[in-house]
Design a protein around this ligand. Structure first.
Ligand SMILES: [Zn+2]
Ligand SMILES: [Zn+2]
Length: 181
């Protein structure tokens, strides 16, 4: 069996420093690829680098799996991004996708949610080093709302085509959905 080129922490059971293709504790599959990423410069580094050569920041690890992307705890707020994208969903349908993920305990977790606007901004940065992440989809629902008139809120979307974070949108308009936890 081909030995994995570096150790990996199991995203399913948390076992540290697996060395083979499958977790010795729970049998989960190793990531396809591991990237290092500087949160400050938003630059990709090679897997064996520990600190950013441009700014000295400790690099974060990104595990690329078939169905999801997993970050190390140095990346705040987001721990996993599902690579399954949902197209043309109203906001209610977007929340149904979230509920379905949680009731199915997708990838062993039940705290899936829509990203906030800020988190979508981060996902956009990540998509620059992982170009297939957004699969040419451009407008995504966020969980962030803006208040309009008295007691009324409008959901906000991120439009990556025009690099615009925070356009308010009617919740009946179909947009894309990406799920995180
Ligand atoms: Zn495991
Ligand atoms: Zn840097």
């Amino acid at each position: 069996m081909k030995r994995f080129y570096q150790t990996w922490d199991c995203p399913e059971c948390g076992k540290k420093e697996n060395e083979e293709q499958f977790c010795s504790e729970c049998g989960a599959k190793a990531p396809n690829r591991i990237l290092k990423f500087c949160q400050k410069c938003q630059k990709k580094a090679t897997p064996d680098e520990k600190f950013c050569q441009d700014c000295g920041q400790k690099l974060s690890t990104i595990q690329i799996h078939d169905n999801y992307i997993k970050f190390d705890p140095s990346i705040e707020h987001i721990n996993m991004i599902s690579r399954e994208l949902f197209a043309a969903k109203t906001l209610d349908e977007a929340f149904e996708c979230v509920d379905k993920y949680n009731s199915d305990k997708r990838f062993s977790h039940k705290d899936w949610r829509l990203p906030t606007l800020e988190e979508l901004g981060f996902i956009y940065q990540i998509s620059k080093i992982l170009p297939d992440l957004l699969a040419n989809h451009t407008i995504f629902w966020s969980s962030t709302e803006e208040s309009t008139e008295k007691n009324k809120t409008k959901p906000l979307v991120a439009d990556f085509l025009f690099c615009f974070l925070g356009e308010s949108q009617d919740k009946e308009i179909p947009n894309n959905v990406i799920l995180i936890r």
